[in-house]
Design a protein around this ligand. Sequence first.
Ligand code: AMP
Length: 209
Amino acid sequence: MKVVLIGPPASGKGTQAQLLEKYLNLKHISTGDLFRKIMKEDTALGKEVKKYMDKAMLVPDDLTIKVLKQELEQIGNNNFILDGYPRTLNQAKNLSKYIGIDKYIDLDVGLDNIKNRIENRRICQRCGQIYNKLIDNIDDEICKKCGDKLVKRKDDKQDIVVSRYKEFEKLTKPVIKYYKDLGILKTIDGEGSVQKVFENIKQYIEEGK
Ligand code: AMP
C-alpha cells in the first residue's frame, strides 16, 4: 500500500502518518524529517537545505525530488506513507512518472485551528514523535516513546506559520485541485480529535481494498 498525505502545516499529517505506520506496517516518509536530518550534517547539501529551512521556505523542487527519489529507492519503492510530499505541482507530476500511489488523502484544517495547534506542538528531538501539550500529558517534556527531550520546532511560531500557510495556499492547493480533478483524492476533515480523524482515514483506506 502506498499512501500520500497532503495538508497545511500542523494539520496533523505527521501524527496520522505515525498512526498509519503502525496500523498498516508502512514506512513513514516525512520529507520535513528527512530535511531536518540532512541540515544537521556538515555537508554542502546540509548547508543548502538549511538556507531554506531557516527561512521556513520550501526547499527547491529539483533538490526535494532527488532526496525523495533516493529515499524511495532505498526502501524498494514499496509500502510507504508520504507525509508532506508532494507540495508543488512539479513534485506531484514527477512522482506520478515513476510510482503508482494507492490512496491520496488531504487533511482539511483551517488557519485558526492551525495557529492553536502550533502553540502546543512538541516533538521529540531524537525519534520525532509528535505531541500536543493540551492532550498528551507531557508536563515533564519527556518523550514517552524513547525518553529523550521534547522540543518546540523552530518553525512553530505564529508569524512563520501564517507565511507557511500562505505558501501552502499558493503552491500546494493546486496539487490538491490537480488530484481532485483526476478524481483520486479524498478530503478528510482534520479538525476532529486525533482518533476521530484516524478512524475516517482508516475507513477510506479500507474502501476498495
Ligand atoms: P514539515 O515537517 O512537513 O512541516 O516540513 C518542514 C520544512 O521542510 C518545510 O517548511 C520545508 O522547508 C521543508 N519541506 C518538507 N517537505 C517539503 C517538500 N515536499 N517540498 C519542499 N520543501 C519541503
